[in-house]
Each structure stands twice: as C-alpha cells, then as structure tokens.
Design a protein around this ligand. Structure first.
Ligand SMILES: Cc1ncc(COP(=O)(O)O)c(C=O)c1O
Length: 399
C-alpha cells in the first residue's frame, strides 16, 4: 500500500451549488452566503495522473480508494471503519421473479453501523477532524446519528445528536453506546435541525447536518464511483434511490460528472429515479409541478424514518439531477415498502431497510407502467439494514 500512502487529495476549492461563489477549503464552512450547499471541487487533471482505472486494482477495498477525489489532505486524519466498497450483486432470483435480466442490488446494509450513512459521516468527521473541530452536532432521522456517533468515537471527538422521538430504537441505543449525547425531540427532523443549529451556536459545536457542510456528499458520492467501477467502468441504465434529504442522489450525480472528467466514462448517464414515501414527498411534488425548489411537506408520516424529511436544503440539486438524467420522481406507500422488504429478503437473502424496500416497490411500478424495460440494467440502492428497524418491522411482520 506504500504507493497509495503518498498520493494526496486534489481538493482545490469549495463552490456554491447555486451561485458559483468559491471558498477556501482550509477553513470549516457550512452553507454559502446564498444559504445553499457548497460542493467540493478538485483539480481533476492532476487527480487523473494517479487515479487511473488500473491504479485501483491495488487499492484498499473501502471508499478511500478514490483518495485523489476525496477531501482529506493528510492521510493520518482519515477516520475509517472500513466503509464502502459494498457488494453490487446480480439479483438473479428476484430478477427472474420480475422477468428482468439485469437487476442489480447495491447492499449498503453491510457498511459499518449498518447503513450508507457511514460513508458520509466518515468523510465529514474526518474533514472536521482535519480542520481542528472537536465537538460535532447533528439532527438525524436515526442512521446518520448512529454513524456520526461511531466515527466521532473513533476520532475521540464529542458528539451531540438531535433525533425525533419516534426514530428507530436501535439508532437511539447505538448513539448512547458510542458515547454521544442523545437529545430526543418532540417533532420532526426539521425541528431537530433547528435546535441542533441553535445549540451549535451557543456551545461552539460544528453542525454536520447533511448538505449544510460540504463533505457528507463527498462520502456518499463514492457509491457512484463504485457502481461504475464494479460494472467494469460502464454506466447502468437506471439507478433507483430512496430519497430523504437527497444527499445520495446529489453525490452520485457529482461522481458521474467527475468520472467523465477523469475520462473513465463518456457523457452517458443513468436515469436517476427519486423515490419518496407517499406520506412525505416534497421532492416528488416539486418535480411533478415543474418547480425548481420544493415546498415543505406538511405532517410527514412514514415508517421509513430516513425518508421522513419534509424539507431539504439540496432540493434543487436533486430535482436537477433527476431532470437532467431523464429520470423521474415517484412515491410508494408504507405497505408497498414492507411487501418489498419481504420480497427482497425471500428472493435474495438481503434484509433491507424499508427505504431499500421502497426502491423495489418503485421498480415494480415502473415495470408495470413500461417506464423501465425488463432488459435494462437497473441498480436498486438498499441504503441500510433492516436490523436497525426491528421495533418498526416486528409488528408489520406479525411479531
Ligand atoms: C436507510 C436510509 N435510506 C435513505 C435515506 C435518505 O438519504 P438521503 O438523505 O441521501 O436522501 C436515509 C436517511 O436518513 C436512510 O437512513
């Protein structure tokens, strides 16, 4: 691994995703002056000198293998638990059941802390550590809090979590076990976000709310890099993503753009499908109405805690990616998600979070409507493990 040790990040600057305003990444930033997410930009030409397809063969099997396009400058600041490089498997039995020939599942449930949130938080905690932060805070629907608490523990940092009361029990328990300070909020994630933000100001903590700091998206973008690498540097036809705040879609879309600049792929793109719950669908509503930004969703309700996000700061980035890709946005209801959790478990041995189930429900609807062809190469993103949701799933499965 000595070859990799000497390779550095090619992070060059931060850029406001709305206005193009730039900022120096050597300082801790949150939102731009316009109140919109900053995105990390790299010197891709320099990165491409060492980050070649061939170079990947000898690299570590985690998300830090794409080191030149990751934001941490000094390798010793990387806080890792081995996140990423999750399997992308051909779902043969499920595919056959649906009459599909190229159905793939990327199983993020095998990540440390049981969800893809490990990627974003490994990146954000590492960068915050590198920039000298010592106290972290965030609002979370559940999985992100578990991940932040684990990475903060591994880095020896203080962690404060603000979680809606009705978050899954496993997420509450793990945060406490990791030594975080757990604050349960009687309200939605947006209420938790407000309190986390206020306390950050008062007590001098760094708030790593998704897309309100630049680096969680950098962790999540590695799902895009991996999908393409695992397909032999080809782009799938369709990616179906269960969307809350939408950081994953924003990240994957960014990865595709970077990979084109690296010369790994051409201009082809997968159709990005944004799935939300019927009980909380601000982005789907905005997409259908032709809006650029989403209106907050009133009284959000779904058992998929990760999709219970009534307002997202990166709304316009998700909607743009969906439109530019020729994809679409649609809803599924909780019963459909639970049915799909069971179907995926029975046919593939993958016990998915309800959010992962939502991707299968969306696929079924889109096959029926003819929007997805049975021979297309489709990737379902199972974003987490059902083992985090036993208190929610037990009664649904009659236990
Ligand atoms: C399992 C799971 N899936 C999907 C999501 C939504 O992720 P994003 O914020 O990238 O839309 C979450 C967020 O909490 C989650 O925990």
């Amino acid at each position: 691994m000595s070859e990799i040790t000497n390779i550095t990040s090619r992070l060059s600057h931060l850029e406001c995703s709305l206005t193009g305003e730039t900022a120096d990444p050597n300082y801790a930033h949150r939102l731009s002056a316009a109140g919109k997410p900053f995105l990390a930009r790299y010197d891709i030409e320099k990165a491409s000198e060492t980050l070649t397809k061939e170079s990947l063969i000898n690299r570590e099997a985690n998300m830090w293998r794409y080191r030149e396009v990751m934001p941490v400058i000094n390798r010793s600041n990387i806080v890792t638990l081995g996140e990423g490089f999750t399997p992308l498997s051909l779902a043969e039995r499920l595919g056959k059941h649906l009459g599909m020939t190229h159905l793939l599942i990327k199983d993020e449930g095998v990540n440390p802390t049981g969800s893809f949130k490990a990627r974003g938080l490994s990146a954000a905690v590492s960068k915050a550590f590198e920039l000298g932060q010592t106290k972290l805070t965030m609002p979370s629907a559940g999985n992100a809090a578990g991940a932040m608490s684990a990475y903060a523990a591994a880095a020896g940092m203080e962690a404060h979590v603000y979680m809606p009361n009705d978050a899954p029990m496993a997420n509450k328990i793990e945060c406490v076990a990791y030594g975080a300070k757990l604050n349960l909020v009687d309200g939605f994630i947006t209420d938790a976000g407000r309190i986390s933000g206020e306390h950050a100001e008062t007590y001098g903590r760094f708030d790593v709310s998704t897309l309100k700091e630049p680096y969680r998206a950098e962790g999540k973008k590695t799902m895009g890099y991996e999908i393409v690498e695992q397909l032999g540097f080809e782009v799938p036809d369709v990616i179906i993503y269960p969307t809350g705040g939408g950081t994953g879609i924003v990240g994957i879309w960014k990865a595709l753009y970077e990979m084109e600049q690296l010369g790994w792929i051409g201009s082809q793109r997968p159709r990005m499908i944004c799935v939300q719950a019927e009980g909380c669908a601000p982005l789907v509503n905005a997409y259908k109405k032709g809006q650029e930004f989403a209106d907050p969703f009133e009284n959000p309700s779904t058992l998929a805690a990760g999709m219970r996000v009534p307002a997202a700061v990166g709304d316009f980035l998700v909607i743009r990616a969906v439109r530019e890709s020729g994809g679409t946005a649609l809803t599924v209801d909780d019963d459909q998600m639970i049915d799909s959790v069971r179907t995926m478990a029975k046919f593939e041995g993958i016990f998915s979070a309800p959010e992962g189930g939502a991707t299968l429900s969306a696929l079924q609807l889109m096959i029926d409507s003819g929007e997805i062809g049975r021979d297309e190469r489709v990737v379902l993103l199972n974003t987490g493990s059902a083992l985090k949701y036993l208190d929610v799933l037990g009664p649904e499965l009659g236990l």
